[in-house]
Design a protein around this ligand. Structure first.
Ligand code: HDD
Length: 664
């Protein structure tokens, strides 16, 4: 906690606004005027002498830095990690060494493909990057909400990213994979099959950053004090469970509130609804490296949780919003190479390439090698070395010595032996020829894609098929469509046949060998064991002056639900305040709806009905306070209930997918 406060103070020094202070130039000169540039007479030309104008304008002109080449759109929060138990049997990492030990963290969530101004709710993987400010230095766990990746070797990352980004000739489409180059890449790089199955699932349209899993994806090593290493994969499990939007809703949210996820996280933290995630690890002893029917270094493979169980290490709580988006969220620099003793790397070829790319990207993005001095990136423990100078250097190094070894400064700073906390790379024995090749163990692209498909509930399968039909249906090239159909026939003939029909492709699927494995991993399904909850869900209550909705609102709020009142006008309605009109609110922005009014004005009542329709179509809970408020067609439908108590019960089920006529 002490460290947590230290970090906070460190940041506050830089973020507290100097509200009561005089306006000065950056040189400290007080200015008597800041609204008018220096002119010859009040209607005359502006003059070059105006150093204040030029300083202000030059600073403004240089306000933007290059956005991240991927994961440009993101949002972040501060918090802390609390260790559950001493994990020194597997790692000597100090932040995992003691029950109750707290370590400050900063987490940035992101989309991958879109630019900084793109919408939050698009179909995409989400980044989940955590910086632990440990007392042994910063440790970054740079993960995604999907446990596998599109490619197996980092050298293909630029190709993959070029394919998914807007096409170069017309820069269309923004933040979407539903276009020719993405699917052309997929069909011609079949290692992507497993990840594409996840990408077509509801995992790619999360309801909230608070309701997403996180995965380190790559295989790392944990090393203990005795020098014994284990292969590990790291996981974040959200306390609220994993929940998603539906596709029609996600597309509409992108227009109604492009900041949907950013706002959700910010508001939840402001309200004290702190998101929490458990950190867990899967552990494989070195001697079992080849005991599985998949290669444990292949980033397109999961280690099924049923086969390699999760061990829980601690809980992360996000409890503080940033003070300044640019200084913190935009300037934070993650790197998979930021590790602490006890955490080491595997030879996963994707991870090895990532180890180069992250520092390289910060150099261009943050303008030089001193980005570790920015408050958000600075370790909370002291750091000393002989690195000097460079763009934006903040530290004023004293003394004449900046080299090792030396006698003038008592040979300091000096390296620290492993036994005293110095980082020593795991001494893996490596022997081989220098070649450019794919390992034999990496050549199976379809068995886990099939495992994923087998593990889905019928609703999840339906959503995956629909997502494929949407995405491939947007591809212009009939040849690419055909290639995709044929590729996914290896995963499932059922999926490929529906896709072929829907996107107008004729091909003989039957001649393509379908994966035959019948294995399942229930842990990858979102709907097999969903977490039921209502706390922090957002509900619209449609109300007017006719009926008093105070008791209904009180009951909802007592259950931890966030309520917004929607009416034909804002402001006072009897004892409650209307937050929104039907124009400023949108049904896609709520988890459920309580109808507590009808309106005499026909046009307004039509808006109410449209609102109800949309909530119904997206399978969300609907409650009504009077029998005649419900639309007759829906009165018997699942999740459409009378009374607030029943509504709260219905809201705990995320979506009522067993509804007739719903078209989401
Ligand atoms: Fe990456 C950013 C996650 C593969 C190169 N990556 C970035 C971020 C996340 C990930 C969450 C955003 C960090 C932030 O919020 O600032 N990346 C992943 C995961 C991968 C992965 C889970 C697969 C296991 N990445 C990957 C490869 C390469 C990169 C193979 C290159 C060889 N990633 C980058 C980058 C970025 C980045 C270009 C852009 C901005 C940044 O690093 O700071 O270096």
């Amino acid at each position: 906690m002490e460290q947590h406060n230290k970090k906070k103070e460190q940041l506050e020094q830089h973020t507290v606004e100097d509200r009561d202070k005089a306006l000065t130039t950056n040189q400290g000169l007080k200015m008597s005027e800041d609204e008018f540039s220096l002119k010859v007479g009040d209607r005359g030309p502006t003059i070059m002498e105006d150093f204040h104008f030029r300083e202000k304008m030059t600073h403004f002109d240089h306000e933007r830095i290059p956005e991240r080449v991927v994961h440009a759109r993101g949002t972040a929060a501060h918090g802390y990690f609390e260790c559950y138990e001493d994990a020194s049997d597997i790692t000597m990492a100090d932040f995992l060494s003691e029950k109750g030990k707290q370590t400050p963290v900063f987490v940035r969530f992101s989309t991958v493909a879109g630019s900084r101004g793109s919408a939050d709710s698009v179909r995409d993987a989400r980044g989940f990057a955590t910086k632990f400010y440990t007392d042994e230095g910063n440790y970054d766990l740079v993960g995604n909400n999907i446990p596998v990746f599109f490619i197996q070797d980092a050298i293909k990352f630029p190709d993959f990213v070029h394919a998914v980004k807007p096409e170069p000739h017309n820069e269309i489409p923004q933040a979407q994979s539903a276009h020719d180059t993405f699917w052309d890449f997929v069909a011609n790089n079949q290692e992507s099959a497993h990840m594409v199955m996840w990408h077509m699932s509801d995992r790619s349209i999360p309801r909230s950053y608070r309701m997403m899993e996180g995965f380190g994806v790559n295989t790392y090593r944990f090393v203990n004090k005795e020098g014994v290493a284990h292969f590990v994969k790291l996981h974040w499990k959200p306390v609220l469970g994993v929940h998603s939007l539906v596709w029609d809703e996600a597309q509409k949210v992108a227009g109604k509130d492009p900041d949907f996820h950013r706002r959700d996280l910010y508001d939840a933290i402001e309200l004290g609804n702190y998101p929490q995630y458990e950190l867990a690890v899967q552990v494989i002893p070195e001697e079992q490296e080849f005991s599985f029917d998949f290669d444990i270094l292949d980033p397109t493979k999961i280690w099924p949780e049923e086969q390699v169980p999760l061990r829980k290490l601690g809980m992360m709580t996000l409890n503080r919003n940033v003070d300044n988006f640019f200084a913190e969220t935009e300037q934070v620099a993650f790197h998979v190479g930021h590790v602490v003793p006890g955490i080491d790397f595997s030879n996963d070829p994707l991870l090895q390439g990532r180890l180069f790319s992250y520092t390289d990207t910060q150099l261009i993005r943050l303008g030089g090698p001193n980005f570790h001095e920015l408050p958000i990136n600075k370790p909370v423990c002291p750091f000393h070395n002989n690195q000097r100078d460079g763009y934006n250097r903040q530290t004023i190094n004293r003394g004449q010595v900046s080299y090792h070894q030396n006698s003038l400064q008592n040979n300091t700073p000096n390296p620290v032996p492993r036994e005293q906390g110095g980082y020593e790379h795991y001494q893996e024995k490596v022997d081989g020829r220098k070649i450019r090749a794919r390992s034999e163990g990496f050549k199976d692209h379809f068995s886990q894609a099939r495992l994923f498909w087998n593990s889905m509930t019928p609703v999840e399968k339906e959503h995956i098929v629909k997502a494929f039909c949407f995405e491939v249906g947007k591809v212009q090239s009939m040849d690419v469509r055909k290639q995709v159909v044929e590729m996914f026939a290896h995963v499932s003939h059922e999926l490929a046949a529906t896709l072929a029909k829907k996107v107008g492709v004729t091909t003989t699927i039957d001649t393509i060998p379908e994966e035959t494995n019948t294995k399942q991993s229930p842990a990858v399904s979102m709907y097999t064991n969903p977490v039921r909850f209502v706390e922090t869900k957002k509900v619209a209550v449609i109300a007017n002056e006719q009926y008093d909705v105070t008791p209904a609102i009180k009951a909802l709020e007592a259950a931890g639900i966030v309520v917004e009142v929607v009416s034909d006008h804002q402001g006072q309605l009897n004892d409650v305040t209307s937050d929104h009109t039907f124009e400023t609110a949108s049904p896609v922005l709520y988890d459920g709806l309580v109808v507590a009014a009808t309106f005499e004005d026909a046009q307004t009542q039509r808006k109410v009905e449209t609102f109800i329709d949309e909530v119904y179509n997206h399978y969300k809970a609907i409650g009504y306070t009077h029998e005649d408020f419900v639309l007759a067609a829906y009165s018997e439908a699942p999740g459409v209930v009378s009374g607030v108590e029943s509504f709260i019960e219905a809201l705990a089920t995320d979506r009522h997918f067993d509804r007739d006529y719903a078209i989401g």
